[in-house]
Ligand binder design. Structure first.
Ligand code: PEP
Ligand code: MN
Length: 348
């Protein structure tokens, strides 16, 4: 940590600061420049609060050397993490191909969609049983029955399932029925929920909040990791912008940026990011090109009957065509990766 002092700091104020740093067991090194003095602090900077130091008289600024998300950082874990979702590895070259409807609607519909996405190469099935809706009058999901339908479809078609948990009071029920817990954009900073999820042993798909910075996202991951659950997959799903041409603004640079900061896998969700089926393929491929460890896409066999997010759903055939392109791109980007199919398979 580096403490930058104001030019008019008094000797007493400097001594006071130095004593404070030493009292926390760290070693301050003063270096006097022509105009400014700085204190380089050696030791475990977690023992010092940057904000507390900023409030000392004579302190201009404090620059932490380590990121505030200790466990999520690349420094803590220089190799990419691989998260095991009930036998499906995600990260470190293993791609998550997550697909399914926005909401679980009925057993028949779930079965039809699961069969189609499985055939196209999806390896994790999605479907919401608890839907966080902007309006309290919109469809809220099937709850427990939806969880059962999703789990049965996953078992039937040989795919682990992911579903959203919106409320810590439902956590045990969701844990019992799912292979991975989804934290939606609206709950990314629900710290009670994150803490409770951190105490489970289920993998977590943590979506970026629509107004969250990359640091915010990694700090939310830290809440889960700090409780002992290390199986966190991040998801870029678009952020708010001034432009309503797309539902959200797909921040593809965030994928590459997170790769420089964290060992956690990160996937993209071009469905919620764009809200437009015509833009989903381009953004899915862009996400992979930027280094994403997977792609999450909403698929529905009859979008006009969908209970939620129908306008952004890909039809099964559209998903099949995109899945093929994604596999071809993965083979080019990571020819030696376990996720990439052989060239013959990729061009089939
Ligand atoms: C969803 O996955 O259906 C969903 C509600 O996503 P988000 O939290 O990204 O809006
Ligand atoms: Mn949705």
């Amino acid at each position: 940590m580096i403490i930058i002092l104001k030019s008019d700091i008094t000797d007493e104020q400097t001594d006071h600061l130095v004593q404070h740093v030493e009292s926390k067991g760290l070693t301050p090194h003063l270096s006097q420049g022509t105009f400014r003095t700085i204190i380089g602090v050696i030791g475990d900077e977690a023992k010092l609060s940057a904000d507390q130091l900023r409030s000392f008289p004579g302190v201009q600024d404090v620059v932490p050397v380590l990121p505030p998300y200790k466990l999520a950082s690349l420094e803590a874990h220089p190799q990419p993490s691989v998260v095991d979702v009930s036998g499906v590895p995600v990260g470190g070259g293993h791609l998550a191909m997550i697909a399914g409807p926005c909401a679980v609607e009925s057993a028949e519909r779930m079965d039809t969609i699961a069969a189609s996405v499985k055939k196209s190469g999806a390896n994790i099935l999605r479907g919401g049983a608890f839907k966080p809706r902007t309006s309290p009058y919109s469809y809220q999901g099937m709850g427990l029955e939806g969880l059962r339908i999703l789990r049965d479809a996953g078992q039937q078609h040989g795919m682990p399932v992911v579903t959203e948990v919106t409320d810590p009071r439902n956590l045990d029920m969701v844990v019992e029925h799912t292979d991975m817990l989804q934290v939606g954009a609206r709950n990314m900073q629900n710290f009670v929920l994150l803490t409770e999820i951190g105490r489970t042993n289920k993998p977590v798909l943590l979506k970026r909040g629509m107004s969250a910075t990359i640091t915010d996202l990694l700090m939310s991951a830290e809440y889960i990791l700090a409780q002992g659950n290390q199986d966190v997959i991040l998801c870029e799903r678009g952020i708010k912008s001034f432009d309503n041409a797309t539902r959200n603004l797909f921040d593809v640079a965030a994928v590459a940026a997170v790769k420089q900061l964290s060992h956690l896998p990160i996937i993209v969700d071009p469905s919620h990011a764009t809200g437009r089926p015509d833009l989903i393929p381009a953004c899915a491929l862009a996400g992979l090109a930027a280094g994403a460890d997977g792609v999450h896409i909403e698929v529905h066999d009859c979008p006009e009957e969908a209970m939620s997010d129908g306008p952004q759903a890909l039809l099964p055939d559209q998903y099949a065509a995109l899945a093929k392109q994604m596999r071809q791109l993965a083979a080019v980007l990571q020819p030696n990766s376990p996720a990439a199919p052989s060239p013959t398979e990729a061009t089939q």
